[in-house]
Design a protein around this ligand. Structure first.
Ligand SMILES: Nc1ncnc2c1ncn2[C@@H]1O[C@H](COP(=O)(O)OP(=O)(O)OP(=O)(O)O)[C@@H](O)[C@H]1O
Length: 323
C-alpha cells in the first residue's frame, strides 16, 4: 500500500540546511495500522506530507495506494485520505454542508454527496451537530468532523497527522473508538503520526520510531519492548551490602543490562522478566542475600526510545541538527 525508497527532504532555513527526513525506506501492507512515533521535529509530518503529495521530496521515490506520488499525484490523492494537524472545515460553514461540498470536490454527484454526508454524520456520531457551523464544535467534535471529511471518498488508505493532539482523554478515546470501528468495517490501511506513547502502544500493530529524520526502529510494540528495552526486575534487600552483592549476581544474569544497586534496592533489565525472576531469586538465596520484595515492571515505548537514543521521548524536545 505504501512503498518508499530513499525518501528525503531538506529545507534551507536562514542559509542552513535542515535534513528533515533522510533516506526513508517504508513498506506498509494493505490493512496495516502503523504509527510513526518520534519527538518534535523528528520528521513525522514532513514524511507524511511527502507521501500525501503535499510536499515534493528532495530525493527518493514513493508509491502510495498503487500510484507514484511524483508522476501521478492526482491518482494518489483520489485513493487516500489525509487528515492534517489543522482543522479541515471552514469556521462558518455548517457541518453537513462541508461534508457535501467535500463530496462534490471529489466528483460525487449531488444526491450521492448528500447520502454520503448522512452516512458519515451517523458513523462519527455527528448527526445532532449537522446544522451547526464547524467553528462552534468542541475540539473532539471538530476532530471527528475532520475524520469524516477525510473519508468522504472512501479512501483505501488514511493518513492521520497527530489525530488526537490537544484532546482530553475522553475525546481521545471516543475518537479512537470511531477510527477503529471504521477501519474494521472498511479494511482501510491507516498510517498515523503521534506523540502519545500509550496511543501508539495500544492502537498500532506496528510502530516506526523516527528521530532526526531517520527511522531507528520498526516492529510491533511488543517486539520493540521485548527486544530493545526488556522488563525491569526490582528487588529490595535488607541493606546496602546485600544490594551490592545482589548487583554483582545480577550482572551475571544472561541478557541483563542497566544493572543498578542503590540503597537497599537492586534493579536490572532483562528479556522475559517473569521467567528470569525465580532463577535470580534462587541465586540470591544461594549467595545468602535475603530478598524482601520483588517485582517485574513491563517496559513502555519510552523505555525503547531511551534505549535507542539515550533520551526520553516524554521530555525530548527538538534538538538542532547534529546535536
Ligand atoms: N517548511 C519548512 N521549512 C523549514 N523547515 C521545516 C519546514 N517543515 C519542517 N521543517 C523542519 O523539518 C524538521 C522536521 O519537521 P516535522 O514537522 O516533519 O517534524 P515532526 O516530527 O512532525 O514534529 P512535530 O511532532 O512537532 O509535528 C524540523 O526541524 C522542522 O523545523
Amino acid at each position: 500500500m505504501i512503498h518508499a525508497r530513499g525518501l528525503a527532504r531538506r529545507f534551507r532555513v536562514k542559509g542552513e540546511t535542515v535534513e528533515a527526513v533522510r533516506d526513508l525506506d517504508l513498506d506498509v501492507e494493505k490493512g496495516e495500522l502503523v504509527a510513526f512515533l518520534g519527538p518534535n521535529g523528528a520528521g513525522k509530518s514532513t514524511s507524511l506530507r511527502m507521501l500525501t503529495t503535499l510536499l515534493p521530496p528532495s530525493a527518493g521515490s514513493a508509491t502510495v495506494a498503487g500510484c507514484d506520488v511524483l508522476t501521478d499525484p492526482a491518482g494518489t490523492r483520489r485513493r487516500i485520505g489525509y487528515i492534517g494537524q489543522g482543522n479541515g472545515a471552514g469556521e462558518n460553514f455548517r457541518v453537513h454542508d462541508e461534508l457535501v461540498t467535500q463530496g462534490r470536490c471529489y466528483g460525487l454527484p449531488r444526491a450521492e454527496s448528500h447520502r454520503r454526508a448522512g452516512e458519515l454524520l451517523a458513523a462519527l456520531n455527528l448527526e445532532t451537530l449537522a446544522k451547526r457551523p464547524a467553528g462552534t464544535l468542541s475540539g473532539g467534535q471538530r476532530r471527528r468532523l475532520d475524520v469524516a471529511l477525510g473519508l468522504v471518498h472512501r479512501p483505501e488508505l488514511l493518513f492521520l497527522d497527530e489525530p488526537s493532539t490537544g484532546l482530553d482523554p475522553h475525546s481521545r478515546a471516543n475518537l479512537w473508538e470511531h477510527i477503529l470501528r471504521l477501519r474494521e468495517e472498511s479494511g482501510m490501511t491507516i498510517f498515523l503520526t503521534t506523540h502519545y506513547l500509550d496511543e501508539a502502544d495500544s492502537m498500532a500493530e506496528r510502530v516506526m520510531i523516527i528521530d532526526h529524520g531517520r527511522v531507528i526502529a520498526d516492529d510491533s510494540p511488543e517486539n520493540l519492548k521485548a527486544d530493545l528495552a526488556g522488563d525491569r526486575i526490582t528487588v529490595t534487600t535488607g541493606d546496602g551490602a546485600d544490594a551490592e552483592r545482589a548487583g554483582r549476581i545480577a550482572r551475571l544474569v544472561p541478557t541483563a543490562h542497566e544493572v543498578t544497586a542503590e540503597g537497599d534496592t537492586v534493579s536490572l533489565r532483562v528479556r522475559r522478566g517473569t521467567a528470569v525472576l525465580p532463577e535470580f531469586l534462587r541465586s540470591l538465596e544461594a549467595a545468602g542475600v535475603k530478598a524482601l520484595t520483588a517485582e517485574v515492571g513491563r517496559p513502555t515505548l519510552d523505555d525503547v526510545f531511551l534505549a535507542l537514543t539515550g533520551r526520553s521521548l516524554r521530555e525530548s524536545a527538538h534538538t538542532p541538527e547534529g546535536a
